[in-house]
Design a protein around this ligand. Structure first.
Ligand code: PEP
Length: 366
């Protein structure tokens, strides 16, 4: 990772943030002093770890992080591991066994927005709260984009945009009273022999578009945020551009859209319950390169200024904005040196006890 000088070269484990001369700065704070910002280091285990392996991993991490009370630690097992981990990380036990405070948080990787009903496979914020979940990740790029290709929305659209499928539909619609005349006209147009090329072009276009994008929408993310906050869960809201948007210089417009939509449902009172995670999609996962320090700084400042626009300077200085995308023990100090960065959302490295513990211990010598 290329280094750059930030306005603030020292790594602080607790700090206040100030804005002077249009720049954000961190000012070191005494540990535990009221109002100071505590970095948040969160591990997203994704679809890894059976419940007992999760407990074993946690025990190894906490053993290396004994007595660390100045940062918040987050663990996000898959849904199946939440209950077992909740039983293990009870505050009394953590205090006596590891000398920790109430700074270990149980995170869920997702939630649905309805509280109950016919939603097979989904889990509601009420259910998460009932087993002791503190915070929930919403809008992770695995779900916003990548899952689309696994669930196959694109191929199911492509199957419907064939001449034979549409002709059959057209016949049925024409036989039905009150069918939408415009739909009938469009189908007639698409199945007309002279328009076959147009139909196959449209099919290929939509298949390509949906393959990478048919995951969670900004609208469903809005509903999830609202539902989670309504149940007293804190939200870790993920945002970030894919490679295509970065190359087309659309990073800021895309983030602007994602964040403005998400925060539309967050009142000024509730905003303190939201943590933002900036995760450039192209920087996530095995083999990808993390964003450069300049790129992280630039985007974090952009996000913080957007929050200032929406909620004012006080909220903007206090809101925690994490970075995610190949955070490792060897780059966490440089990342935490950036004045706008308040922690990290960590994927791969959070599955290795030594690596995640080193990330939690950033800036400590021993
Ligand atoms: C993530 O999936 O949120 C992530 C940041 O993964 P990794 O750290 O492995 O890049």
């Amino acid at each position: 990772m290329k280094k750059t000088a930030d306005s603030n070269p020292k790594v602080y484990r607790n700090y206040f943030r100030q804005r002077t001369a249009n720049q954000w700065h961190k000012i070191e704070a005494e540990v535990g002093i009221p109002g100071a910002i505590r970095p948040f280091l969160a591990g997203n285990w994704k679809m890894n770890m059976i419940p007992l392996s999760g407990v074993a991993l946690t025990a190894r991490i906490l053993d290396i992080c004994r007595g660390i009370r100045d940062v918040d630690i987050g663990l996000a097992p898959p849904h199946t591991g939440l209950s077992t981990l909740a039983d293990y990380i009870k505050p009394d036990f953590l205090r006596t066994e590891y000398g920790l405070g109430r700074n270990v948080f149980l995170l869920a990787q997702d939630t649905f927005f309805e509280s109950k009903g016919a939603f097979t496979g989904e889990i509601s914020p009420e259910m998460l709260g009932a087993i002791g979940v503190d915070r929930v990740i919403i809008g992770h790029s695995d779900r916003r984009a990548n899952l689309g290709k696994y669930y196959g929305f694109a191929s199911s659209v492509a199957r419907r945009l064939t001449d034979s499928f549409l002709s059959d539909k057209l016949k049925k619609l024409k036989a039905k009273d009150g069918a939408d005349a415009q739909v009938i006209a469009t189908l007639e147009y698409l199945v007309a022999k002279e328009n076959h090329e147009l139909l196959s072009g449209l099919t290929r276009f939509l298949e390509e578009e949906l393959r990478e994008r048919a995951g969670e929408s900004d609208q469903s993310i809005q509903l999830k945020i609202q539902a989670a906050l309504g149940q007293g869960l804190q939200v870790i809201l993920c945002c970030g551009e894919n490679r295509e948007a970065r190359l087309a210089n659309e990073t800021f417009s895309l983030l602007d859209r994602q964040l403005r939509m998400a925060f539309e449902v967050v009142s000024p009172r509730a905003v303190s319950e939201v943590i933002i995670a900036y995760e450039p999609v192209w920087a996530i996962g095995e083999g990808a390169k993390p964003a450069t320090l300049e790129q992280i700084k630039e985007v974090h400042d952009f996000i913080r200024n957007l929050i200032m626009d929406l909620y004012g300077e006080q909220t903007a200085s206090n809101i925690r904005i994490l970075y995610g995308g190949n955070v490792k023990p060897d780059n966490i100090v440089d990342i935490m040196n950036i004045s706008g960065v308040d922690g990290a959302l960590v994927g791969g490295a959070s599955l290795k006890a030594n690596d995640f513990a080193s990330i939690i211990r950033f800036g400590l010598n021993t």
